[in-house]
Design a protein around this ligand. Structure first.
Ligand SMILES: [Zn+2]
Length: 232
């Protein structure tokens, strides 16, 4: 099997995972992955129900959004994905969903504050929210501008340390070295979005997590002397 067919299968499997774990309903959401050597991105086709999605429905496009192989039209969000692949060279997979809690924060146009150790295990910072898009951006090349808006939010942030973002008024995009990691980040993002909202519902003045706890939890999982989990 060619490596591009393998990429297709992986992307198909990751897309099927989204409704299974409750991150998408109907046709919302999409997963893509890139073969950097070939410069080819595999992505979900536009408007196909997850139940009906077949491996060969996954569309292959190049980084200029031209279809390389596939019978169907690629996701309408393709230009956002390719913009991110062009801007973030170490990203191997991208996920976009409209998962409820992450969308709630995006619609409120608020970053998700780091409030507890679940969040700190995932990343040592708030989950950033982009600026709202201008009318020109919305009327222009909307999906490409969405990508540009995300990259702008990472002007002073590391996309490797913070593998996720909320697009204001829209929803989350997550990424990772692989599409499987990007799916995992989407799932965890939804959890921390839910936890932060519930926390602030109980106590609107609940504080941000202390730096020592952020550092402790993040470094025991991701630091040079990480000791969380089993040795591989
Ligand atoms: Zn969307």
């Amino acid at each position: 099997m060619s490596s591009l067919q393998e990429l297709r299968e992986r992307v198909w499997r990751c897309n099927k995972e989204l409704p299974r774990v409750g991150l998408v309903v109907h046709t919302f959401g999409n997963v893509s992955a890139i073969d950097r050597q070939e410069g080819v991105v595999a992505i979900k086709p536009s408007g196909v129900l997850y139940d009906d999605l077949k491996v060969d429905d996954i569309v292959l496009v190049d980084l200029d959004n031209k279809v390389v192989d596939g019978k169907l039209r690629p996701s309408s969000d393709t230009k956002t994905h390719t913009f991110l692949y062009r801007s973030f060279p170490d990203v191997g997979g991208i996920v976009h969903t409209h998962s409820t809690y992450a969308v709630a924060w995006a619609q409120a146009m608020k970053s998700i504050p780091i409030m507890g150790t679940t969040h700190a295990d995932l990343l040592a910072a708030d989950v950033p929210c982009t600026e709202a898009m201008t009318d020109e951006m919305i009327k222009g090349d909307y999906e490409e501008e969405t990508g540009r808006q995300i990259v702008k939010a990472f002007d002073r942030l590391s996309y490797k340390e913070i593998p996720m973002v909320l697009v204001a008024c829209h929803g989350p995009f997550t990424w990772g070295e692989t599409p499987e990691k990007a799916v995992y980040h989407s799932l965890m993002l939804e959890e921390v979005a839910k936890m932060a909202l519930l926390t602030l519902g109980i106590n609107p003045a609940a504080p941000r997590l202390k730096e020592t706890l952020i550092e402790k939890h993040h470094s025991r999982k991701h630091g040079p002397d990480a000791y969380y989990g089993q040795e591989k």
